[in-house]
Design a protein around this ligand. Structure first.
Ligand SMILES: Nc1ncnc2c1ncn2[C@@H]1O[C@H](COP(=O)(O)OP(=O)(O)O)[C@@H](O)[C@H]1O
Ligand SMILES: [Mg+2]
Length: 374
């Protein structure tokens, strides 16, 4: 747990002074990723640098695992905190292996231990140790260098990782890859991570919680959902964007709201008359046709009426089948593209799992998102 208690930092340069952080209080639970979000100059980097004592507090207290960092030697503290910065900060004249080994060497690890640790870390960030360990940073792409930066920060297996816009300088495609890889790693490692970003999409994706800053003040500290659904004020609402309703849909899974009752399933080989009767009794205007457990299409009473044998002959293909893990945003996007207001959902084994309708998406949105607020 990291606790910030009335943290203030004032930079004095000559006669002018800048309040970089103004009376900040919040705490970060162990194993969580907290994203510090906000426009340039709002104090994000400063908060990281106070946390690992690269800068000193003006007033206030920071505690890590209940211990005030004031009383901990800076170098010692930093050996237990991984730090990734945007420009990677790799030493250009050291090999990849030597870059990763900086902290382990400071800690006096022996050669074998360092070598095997480097290997594990390179694999972890998906760089083949044999081909990369002896290269120099300039021989790697930006994304690869960033991975080395993450490996280096993890070298001594610190409890805490501070990441300052770690993927900020990477192109969007590789950025997304790195984000996904990091989330996978984090699911295993469960570090306490402070992740700086100025990008709301990245913050929503990466953060268990988001701390939104403006001009040195902490404006809102909440889960991504709450930040999107209940922005504290105009600044937050503007920062998260006019399309925040869509962003909310991006974090709700199909699984959370789909209709599992499967009350409208029609069997593939069933006689048309049975299917019509079934749909009539249930007052259904469409039925999802399954072959065994696999959704294969849909039928409407109109389709069926013109056929006289089995359901199979009246089948219309399902435009898209989506997965339980997809977001409502994905589902909505498919609906718009395919002009369909109902989609079939399958599980990871491609078995029918339920349906989702445009109506249910709107309902979910209203539930998460009070009307007066839109
Ligand atoms: N060493 C410094 N000396 C003077 N002012 C600084 C120093 N570091 C940061 N600042 C000022 O503090 C404010 C916050 O900076 P910073 O934490 O780097 O913002 P962010 O990382 O959110 O972009 C800015 O106004 C910046 O100019
Ligand atoms: Mg910064």
């Amino acid at each position: 747990m990291i606790e910030y208690d009335s943290v203030t930092k004032v930079f004095k340069t000559g006669k002018t002074s800048v309040v970089a952080l103004d009376n900040i209080s919040f705490s970060i639970d162990q194993g969580n990723v907290v994203v510090l979000l906000g426009p340039s100059g709002c104090g994000k980097t400063t908060l990281l640098r106070l946390t690992n004592k690269l800068d000193s507090l003006t007033t206030g207290t920071i505690r890590i695992s209940g211990k005030e960092i004031r009383g901990i030697d800076g170098t010692k503290l930093r050996q237990g905190i991984g730090y990734v910065i945007q420009e990677t900060g790799l030493f250009p004249h050291k090999t990849i292996e030597d870059n990763i080994a900086v902290v382990p060497r400071l800690l006096g690890w022996d050669k074998d231990k360092i070598r095997s640790r480097t290997e594990v870390l390179l694999r972890m960030v998906r760089l083949d140790p044999e081909s990369y360990r002896h290269r120099f940073p300039a021989e790697l792409s930006g994304g690869q260098q960033q991975r080395v930066g993450v490996a280096r920060a993890l070298a001594a297996d610190p409890e805490i990782l501070l990441m300052d816009e770690p993927f900020g300088a990477i192109d969007p495609i590789n950025r997304e890859k790195l984000q996904n890889e990091f989330l996978k790693l984090q699911a295993e490692l469960k570090k306490t991570v402070i992740f700086v970003s100025h990008d709301i999409h990245e913050a929503i994706k990466m953060g268990d919680k988001i701390a939104l800053f403006d001009k040195g003040k902490l404006i809102q500290y909440d889960t991504p959902e709450t930040i999107l659904i209940k922005p504290e004020n105009k600044f937050v609402a503007n920062f998260v964007g006019a399309d925040r309703a869509l962003k909310v849909l991006g974090i709700i899974r199909v699984n959370d709201i789909m209709n599992r009752s499967a009350g409208n399933l029609v069997q593939y080989p069933a006689p048309v008359s049975d299917a019509l009767k079934f749909m009539d009794e249930k007052n259904l205007n469409y039925g999802i046709v399954v072959n065994g457990t696999t959704p294969v299409g849909y039928v409407t009473p109109e389709h069926l009426r013109h056929k006289n044998k089995i359901v199979k002959d009246a089948l219309e293909p399902l435009p898209v089948v989506i997965k339980t893990n997809d977001s409502l945003r994905d589902a909505l996007s498919y609906m718009l593209m395919h002009n369909h207001t109902t989609l079939a959902i399958v599980d990871d084994n491609e078995n029918f799992a339920g349906t989702i309708t445009l109506n249910s998406i709107q309902k979910a949105l209203r539930k998460h998102y009070p009307e007066h607020d839109q």
